[in-house]
Ligand binder design. Structure first.
Ligand code: GDP
Length: 298
């Protein structure tokens, strides 16, 4: 289960001080040390851990935790609020175009879950928003299986695919798909793009060119939760190159330690919009920082 180790360690750290009434500054310090270790062990980015612990500590010292008869509850509340803040505070909704088709482009490394997430988004947005007629665009021309995969997904959802095979240029595919969408009454254009095993300049240039050609409302980066702090480095690189609009953390149904989910917002300052919770096309959940914090703290 995701966050299992982190949940247990945070709960233990917080409850260890509090049951016997008032605590001392030394108790608090010890607890902060435990919280710090719990986060580091969950593969949370070092800078993020430092900032987080400082914030919690300042608030604990600035409040009446040391005089309180229920210090653990007070600290729990502070940690809960700060975890929520760390993951973005408020939920941020997807941006839909006010007129014409909404364009969303995916970005991310190979295997992060882009193609699957395109299907999940088409499914989610037609169920939960005004979107009625998505068009899935096969712009990952380097991995022939990606096109088949997208077609399979489209069949399952009974939606259309725009594909020009593997010979066409991804930027042309994206532009033509947008024109096709306008002509055929599609209100959502979801562009599946290529990924690489590592961040690479050719890929970034291609994505930049697609962005310039179709001017998407959303550039959504998919990152695999299981890749921990690597996901944070990847997010930073993609954000610098593309100025992404949001992040989708996939595979949160796995036994991730939690580092990516907890670090990405603070490092990129971009909202986590959804999480992937399984391989099926309905396994996409809108991201609510508060709920995620409650889940972590148990
Ligand atoms: P792409 O290379 O970025 O397009 O990645 P794919 O969409 O092909 O996904 C790679 C693998 O991850 C596939 O086997 C997907 O079924 C799987 N996958 C994607 N999202 C999730 C998720 O949220 N949870 C789980 N468990 N698997 C996922």
């Amino acid at each position: 289960m995701a966050f299992e180790g982190l949940s247990e360690r945070l709960q233990n750290a917080i409850s260890s001080v509090g049951t016997g009434g008032q605590i001392t500054e030394a108790d608090l310090k010890q607890m902060m040390r435990e919280i710090r270790l719990a986060l580091l062990e969950a593969d949370v980015n070092f800078q993020v851990v430092k900032t987080f612990v400082r914030r919690v500590n300042e608030r604990a010292l600035g409040s009446d935790v040391l005089e309180s008869l229920t210090p653990a509850q007070q600290v729990l509340k502070i940690v809960d609020e700060e975890l929520t803040e760390l993951m973005g505070g408020e939920r941020e909704e997807v941006i839909l175009a006010t007129s014409g088709p909404t364009v969303m482009m995916m970005a991310g490394l190979q295997g992060a879950g882009k193609t699957t997430t395109v299907g999940k988004l088409a499914n989610y947005l037609t169920e939960e928003t005004k979107i009625r007629k998505p068009l899935l665009v096969a712009a990952d021309v380097y991995r022939p299986a990606a096109i088949d995969q997208l077609q399979t997904i489209a069949r399952q959802l009974d939606v259309d695919v725009f594909s020009k095979g593997t010979e066409a240029n991804p930027v042309d595919i994206a532009s033509e798909a947008l024109a096709y969408a306008k002509d055929n009454g599609h209100d959502l254009v979801l562009i599946d793009t290529a990924g690489r095993l590592h961040v690479d300049e050719t890929l970034m240039n291609e994505l930049r060119n697609i962005k310039a050609a179709v001017q998407p409302q959303e550039i959504l980066l998919t990152v695999d939760a299981m890749t921990g702090q690597d996901a944070v480095n990847v997010a930073q690189a993609f954000n610098e190159a593309l100025d992404i609009t949001g992040v989708i953390i996939t595979k949160l149904d796995g036994d991730t330690r939690g580092g990516a989910a907890l670090s990405i917002r603070e490092i990129t300052q971009k909202p986590i919009k959804f999480t992937g919770q399984g391989e099926k096309l309905d396994a996409l959940e809108p991201f609510y920082p508060e709920r995620m914090s409650s889940r972590i703290l148990g």
